[in-house]
Ligand binder design. Structure first.
Ligand code: CA
Length: 720
């Protein structure tokens, strides 16, 4: 702990800490004087409390100036006075926040304006091309200057003097950077490649129609059989028509064929721990955020040309858009990589992070620091970043890492901003309850989903009920435990929101994101190796199919981890965040070997997209159309009553065959099954009796009105 220092801990509270070898002076014999040298001003001080031999608390009567050099003269001692916990008071936000001010380097053809918010700095200098420029500070703590000339593409940085120490700092609002985040780069966006206008964004009728595919830029194409030129790069995911050497589609074209509507990309903004010039030497998922508005350099083919990666990221997003696929960015606003090195901490120490009431740093995220999203200027930074990614990169959604560590108010403001776009923007996140220093009712958790209408939550109950508790590797669930938790399945498959089936996970069916695997933790395939090692590989594949099938046939938005459709394995690695390509890459050989399973997943996605009844948007509608059937346990069966088609869906998580009694007699087509070989002779059922094989998932479909014959999704006789 720093000694011989005075901290401003509240508007009227000073904490004096002296080295115990200096005896604390007696306040009444030697009254301290708080002095502002520049203005020759003294402030009145009174004694509050002696904490211990080296710590005493004093009260200042007047409000003190922030960002000025103040000194406490006490006996022989001359102690500097620096802001500490005062930056986290309401008073500070009220006095200094500038939510309407545009921050960063705003570059025009003939001049660039530089604006930085740092009320606590005593000096701030711009360093541009080895020249130094002083900035003017306004009373809100915004430091500004305008430099004439065309500065597009030039590096810049600042020197900030804080608490008696001067250090260099990059602009947190940097839009481009030299390799490895060395310095910010000034960008004139009006002369960069422009993305096609908004019309190029895929039309999204309703977000409930989404099928999300989670993908890591590098994993997607780094494999030697990916067939792309720019393996592991933004541009690699822009290439179309790519194939394995045996001619099977890969990359973007493969994803398009699969039929997902949205890709969700693991962080594409600048992160740490990968040398951008030698990315082959390290690997990172991307949850070590450095600069939030800068594309990650290791995904660029030209990491030393800072503007290139902007164009490359745009090209990739545009390539997805051209294939009709929307792009969701994974954004990590809950923490920064290393707090002390973050520009936020250098510019306003202690402001951007949460602390416990005892002054200890909050670490609910488990990664060392929690961003105080509720503080006005942190919230502004997040909103500015969302705004920038929407208008400059035309992204279609955001996935919030550890959203439960973000405050509800900030999430609502993000949603308001997104509502201004002319297409619906997908917002989803991890709504976990985390021990961060924020009241529970203010956290953007699934528990508070009622306050966050329109925001979607990863449904961990769904995941754990299907395959077992995440934190107990031997635990099983419905698909791998012989039908365990059968009683939960009606709840999960009807959208986790209907009270009659159990405690709602979310208040609304439009808020659940159903999944069994994502980048975190074991892949489902690896999990099954642990929980069901006694089962043969074919049986484990069947279990896997049941899980993916349940995800795709449930109400709510389905979420698939890339490669899940070919039994993706990470060789048992539970947390592969820096494990390298051999563990993380999408193995395009597997895509060839498992083409049959890919067809099964494709068929489920196509079925879901074709019939609205799989994508209902209200509880009332689900109550009307979703009906659980009586089935031999542990088989689960339900009927969906569509306008023109009824569907009867059965799932058998056991190794026994069961007889089934369909809900009505008639002609039932087999729309999808994971037992294609057994059913090939039998494309339809006439009557009302059939059976289900061990580990089978089957969807029967019956036309409701025999009079209207359906052809390719269009009803005959409609005139179309
Ligand atoms: Ca980086």
């Amino acid at each position: 702990m720093k000694k011989n220092i005075v901290w401003m801990d509240d508007v009227h509270l000073l904490t004096v800490i002296i080295d115990p070898i200096n005896k604390l002076p007696d306040f009444h014999q030697e009254e301290p004087v708080l002095f502002w040298e520049k203005e020759h001003q003294e402030f009145s001080i009174s004694f509050l409390e002696r904490i211990d031999d080296s710590t005493v608390q004093l009260a200042n009567k007047e409000e003190l100036p922030i960002g000025e050099e103040l000194t406490l003269l006490w006996g022989e001692m001359k102690l500097p006075v620096y802001p500490r916990a005062i930056v986290r008071t309401k008073w500070f936000d009220t006095h200094f926040s500038v939510t309407e001010t545009e921050l960063g380097a705003i570059c025009k053809d003939d001049a660039t304006t530089f604006s930085v918010w740092s009320p606590t700095a005593t000096a701030l200098t711009l360093v541009l091309e080895d020249k130094r420029y002083g900035l003017n500070r306004n009373k809100k703590g915004v430091w500004t200057t305008e430099i004439n000339g065309d500065w597009h593409g030039f590096p810049y940085e600042y020197e900030v003097t804080m608490n008696g120490v001067t250090q260099r700092v990059n602009d947190p609002y940097s839009k481009a950077m030299l390799a490895n985040s060395e310095k910010g780069i000034i960008v004139n966006f009006s002369i960069l490649d422009q993305m096609d206008n908004e019309q190029n964004r895929p039309a999204v009728r309703n977000l409930q129609d989404a099928v999300i595919y989670e993908l890591h830029v590098r994993d997607a194409t780094i494999h030697q059989e990916s067939g792309v030129m720019n393996r592991g790069k933004f541009l690699g995911l822009s290439e179309t028509g790519t194939t394995t050497s045996n001619g099977f589609s890969t990359g973007l074209s493969y994803i398009k064929e699969l039929g997902c509507t949205h890709v969700q990309l693991l962080p594409v903004n600048d992160y740490a721990r990968v040398d951008e010039r030698h990315p082959d030497k390290q690997y990172n998922w991307g949850y070590d955020p450095l600069y939030f508005q800068v594309p990650e350099g290791s995904y660029s083919v030209l990491p030393d040309r800072p503007l290139a990666r902007i164009n490359e990221l745009k090209a990739m997003i545009q390539a997805f858009h051209q294939e009709g696929i929307s792009v969701i960015l994974d954004v990590v606003f809950n923490h920064v990589f290393i707090m002390d090195e973050s520009p936020f901490e250098k510019l306003v120490p202690g402001y951007y992070f949460r602390y416990q009431p005892n002054g200890i740093l909050s670490n609910g995220t488990g990664v060392g620091n929690d961003v105080a999203t509720e503080r006005m200027m942190a919230q502004k930074f997040i909103l500015d970043t969302i705004d920038f990614m929407l208008h400059e990169y035309h992204v279609d959604g955001f996935r919030f890492d550890l959203m439960g560590a973000i405050d509800t108010e900030t999430m609502k403001l993000i949603q308001n901003r997104c509502n201004a776009e002319d297409i619906p923007i997908m917002l989803l996140g991890e709504g976990w309850e985390l021990p961060t220093a924020l009241p529970s009712d203010k956290k953007a958790t699934s528990f508070n989903s009622k306050k966050l209408e329109g925001i979607r939550f990863f449904n961990d109950q769904f995941r754990d009920s299907l395959k077992g508790n995440l934190f107990n590797q031997q635990d099983t669930g419905y698909i791998n435990g012989g039908g365990r938790f059968l009683e939960r399945i009606p709840h999960l498959m009807s959208g986790s929101s209907l009270e009659e089936y159990g405690d709602p996970f979310v208040s609304d069916v439009n808020q659940t994101v159903n999944f069994v695997e994502c980048h975190d933790n074991h892949t489902l395939w690896d999990r099954l190796q642990l929980t069901n090692s006694q089962a043969d590989e074919q049986t484990r594949k069947k279990m896997h199919q049941l899980a993916t099938g349940i995800v795709l046939l449930s109400q709510g938005v389905p979420f698939i981890h890339a490669g899940q459709e070919w039994f993706r394995s990470k060789q048992g690695d539970e947390n592969s965040y820096i494990s390298g390509d051999s563990i993380n890459q999408l193995d395009w050989n597997k895509r060839e070997q498992e083409k049959e399973n890919i067809s099964f997943v494709k068929a489920l996605i196509a079925l879901r997209k074709k019939y609205d009844v799989f994508r209902m948007t209200s509880k009332q509608e689900i109550r009307r159309r979703f009906h659980v059937m009586e089935t031999p346990q542990p088989v689960f069966g339900f009927t969906l009553l569509g306008d023109k088609n009824d569907f009867s869906i059965y799932i058998n998580p056991s190794n026994h065959k069961f007889d089934l009694h369909l809900p009505s007699s008639g002609k039932w087509n087999i729309a999808v099954t994971n037992h294609t070989s057994n059913r090939t002779e039998q494309q339809e059922i006439i009557g009302e009796y059939t059976s289900i094989d061990a580990y089978e998932l089957v969807v029967f479909q019956k036309m409701r009105k025999p009079a209207s014959v359906e052809v390719d999704g269009l009803s005959a006789g409609t005139g179309l």
